[in-house]
Design a protein around this ligand. Structure first.
Ligand SMILES: *Cc1c(COP(=O)(O)O)cnc(C)c1O
Length: 435
């Protein structure tokens, strides 16, 4: 086939050839911890990487492999690695780029558990973070980069205030300094935004959220653009001899750069981090992810259109003092949003209510269609008060700068009828502000 398939075909068929799986039209779930190796010769060929194949499901599993291929194709990367959660995707990526210690420049407006890890755990493992106030200010970001900086880390759309990162500009700052750009693209999903097309080198996902979309699986994904040159002295881990890359034919151990060139990152990530730290994804979870992906376009486009209607409704409401949704035409970032996100920025938004926290509690308790759940990217619409629940782990020093306060409510819009969702919010306002 000469023509490259488009997103909507790849999300259904990408990475899967029925003829290789007893012609099963659906991807089979390979519930097998290990695989027969056939012959002593084949076993050796697989062990030395001369022949592809599966041996043990911590190293690779056919169902998980199809999910990885599909995501890599959807995102325009050379390879993807599936792991057991979004945090596993982030932690393994951070450990792999800054292996042995180093610094990473990041925005402080990031997912709560990521910030908690970067502030309180990573430093104990020798990885220090330099946080910038404005990730879209190239001067501030450049100044934060030092000789021991290993990467820039940002989210394409932040949680819960939907701040948008200018990925193209940030990628050029990173590349000028000889370091990769890592983007957490959980909120937009590859349907709304593909960071690799904008210069990102590594994309991480909590596919627990919009990629799977049904709130029934915890999982993570790492996509490698396969463009970054890892051979510089800044990243010695990729140039050192690796025992598992020993081949009898040339009688010595090769390095990851020598063996895989610009694909060294995902190869080392899989071989040294996912295989040894062991946070692999199971085949049943991978199957549910594949099932969720089949409807990603229809789901997200409906969710985005309902989210926009709800944001407009809230924007005009007397008890709402602020709406955070960069997809609104009057947003400060509307220009950046229309150039980077022609299909919208996503299904998550937040807003502030006037009055005491008691009103916020009453508002949440009064909603009936919205579920009070600390999650996003579900077919069910969800509501939460981030400062008390999902963002509790964000240190107070970051609250104001990240738009957090106890009057803030976050919504994740699902597939219910938008009129029902608005009516639910309307009756919650009535209950919360009755006296
Ligand atoms: C949920 C989330 C994570 C963490 O993912 P888990 O699957 O819960 O481990 C990371 N980043 C973002 C932006 C998220 O929303």
């Amino acid at each position: 086939m000469n023509r490259k398939n488009s997103f909507d075909t790849v999300r259904i068929q990408g990475g899967y050839t029925p003829e290789e799986h007893n012609h099963a039209s659906n991807v089979p779930i390979y519930l097998s911890a290990a695989f027969t190796m056939g012959s002593a010769q084949r076993g050796r060929d697989m062990a030395e990487g001369r022949e592809p194949g599966f041996t043990y499901s911590r190293v690779g599993n056919p169902t998980v492999d199809i999910l990885e291929r599909r995501i890599a194709a959807l995102d325009g990367g050379v390879s993807a690695v599936a792991v057991s959660s979004g945090m596993a995707a982030i932690s393994n990526t951070i450990l792999a780029v800054a292996e042995g210690g180093g610094r990473i420049v990041a925005h402080h407006d990031i997912y709560g558990a990521s910030l908690d890890e970067f502030v309180s755990l990573a430093p104990k493992l020798g990885i220090e973070f330099d946080f910038v106030d404005d990730i879209n200010n190239p001067d501030e970001v450049s100044k934060a980069i030092g000789p021991n900086t290993k990467a820039i880390y940002a989210e394409s759309v932040t949680n819960p205030i939907t701040r948008v990162t200018d990925v193209d500009r940030l990628a050029s700052v990173a590349h000028q300094a000889g370091i990769p750009l890592i983007v957490d693209n959980t909120f937009p999903t590859p349907y709304l935004f593909r960071p690799i097309e904008h210069g990102a080198d590594i994309v991480v996902y909590s596919s627990t959220k919009g990629i799977n979309g049904h709130g029934n699986v915890v999982s993570g994904l790492i996509v490698d653009a396969g463009r970054f040159d890892w051979s510089s002295d800044r990243f010695p881990q990729f140039s050192e001899p690796e025992f598992t890359l020993y081949t009898e034919s040339n009688g010595r151990s090769r390095s990851f750069v020598e063996a895989f060139g610009n694909e060294a990152f995902h190869q080392r990530l899989r071989c040294k981090f996912v295989r040894l730290l062991g946070a692999v994804l199971g085949p049943q979870e991978a199957y549910l992810e594949l099932l969720g992906l089949e409807t990603i376009s229809e789901r997200i486009s409906k969710e985005v259109s309902s989210a926009l209607r709800i944001a407009n409704f809230l924007n005009h409401h007397e008890h709402v003092t602020k709406v955070n949704y960069a997809g609104l035409p009057d947003s400060k970032q509307s220009q950046l949003v229309s150039s980077l996100f022609p299909k919208g920025i996503g299904a998550i938004l937040s807003f502030e209510l006037e009055g005491s926290e008691d009103r916020i509690d009453r508002f949440i308790d009064a909603t009936e269609v919205f579920h009070y759940v600390p999650n996003v990217g579900d077919v069910r619409s969800l509501i939460v008060n981030p400062a008390r629940i999902t963002h509790r782990e964000v240190p107070f020093e970051f609250w104001e700068r990240n738009g957090l306060n106890v009057n803030l409510i976050r919504l994740s819009i699902g597939l219910e009828d938008a009129d029902d969702l608005i009516a639910d919010l309307e009756q919650a306002f009535e209950t919360a502000y009755r006296d």
